[in-house]
Design a protein around this ligand. Structure first.
Ligand code: GLY
Length: 272
């Protein structure tokens, strides 16, 4: 289903692909977290609030149906990298997650031509951070050097630069660092090497909020989990507009704000 502002012809429409929470979410993959009881009704409500916030911000939200046999399918970010010119369909690192790509691929075909990461490469979208024309690829338990090499081969002709970054202690590169905008990162220095990002300005998370570096950037600010008020204050002190919401149940599934959507523009191209 789709919802959000649908004003007909617009010069630039921001789309978000989401997927309804799987009733099997309690069986999700977990790498760095211990399994905790997950309140499905509460998780559903939190996810719905997330979609409503994206729609309220003017995005056209396309929600894919739930996948009863794919516990992690709500985390659509891992299935594709959507650039202005094309979309890269990933080959997720967790074998159980690989069937998730099919429905996302079907949806994206409407807006982008598609290219594919192929084995032996493995890549989760959560390991790919775009900053302008540079894609930083996290080398993690999910994404490997072969994926970075394939991405480079696919995207060099489009004048993208692909760099690798070691990830330690967390699931994905975007657990450790995300972009507030093309000139500012928010980062947990314990989980990645700051030097990998050169002289781009950085805000470090508050050390008591290890998971706070995952923010979803918008044209005018970011969305982040309300669980990290000290890091939110650090961002606000830099003039960043921060909108917060509660995703505490999805956090138990090792998910966060960027994981739950694929956001991209259609129409006049801007910085994705
Ligand atoms: N549960 C999120 C993931 O492991 O991919």
């Amino acid at each position: 289903m789709t919802f959000g502002l649908d004003s007909g012809v617009t010069p630039r429409q921001v789309h978000a692909i989401t997927r309804e929470l799987s009733p099997a979410i309690a069986r999700c993959e977990l790498t760095h977290l211990a399994r905790e009881p997950l309140d499905y009704a509460r998780a559903l409500a939190q996810h719905a609030s997330y979609e409503q916030l994206l729609a309220a911000l003017g995005m056209h939200v396309t929600r894919l149906p739930a996948e009863p046999d794919l516990p992690d399918a709500v985390f659509v970010e891992d299935t594709a990298i959507v650039l202005d010119e094309l979309a890269v369909i990933t080959h997720p690192g967790a074998p159980a997650r690989r069937p998730e790509v099919t429905a996302v691929e079907g949806a994206l075909r409407r807006w982008r031509s598609l290219v594919h990461i192929k084995p032996p490469a493995t890549l989760d979208g959560g390991d790919v951070l775009q900053v302008g024309r540079t894609l930083y690829v996290g080398l993690s338990s999910r994404s490997n050097q072969a994926a970075a090499t394939q991405l480079r081969q696919l995207l060099s002709p489009l004048e993208y630069r692909v760099e690798t970054v070691e990830v330690r202690g967390c699931l994905h590169l975007k657990s450790a660092v995300t972009a507030v905008n093309a000139a500012l990162l928010v980062l947990n220095p314990a989980w990645c090497d700051q030097a990998a990002f050169g002289d781009i300005a950085k805000v470090e998370i508050d050390p008591t909020e290890a998971f706070a570096a995952n923010v979803l950037h918008l044209d005018d600010g970011v969305i982040m989990d309300a669980a990290y008020p000290k890091t939110a204050a650090r961002l606000r002190s830099q003039g960043v507009v921060v909108r917060t919401l509660d995703l505490s149940e999805l956090a138990k599934a090792e998910g966060a704000v960027t994981c739950c959507s694929l956001v991209f523009s259609v129409g006049t191209h801007g910085t994705a």
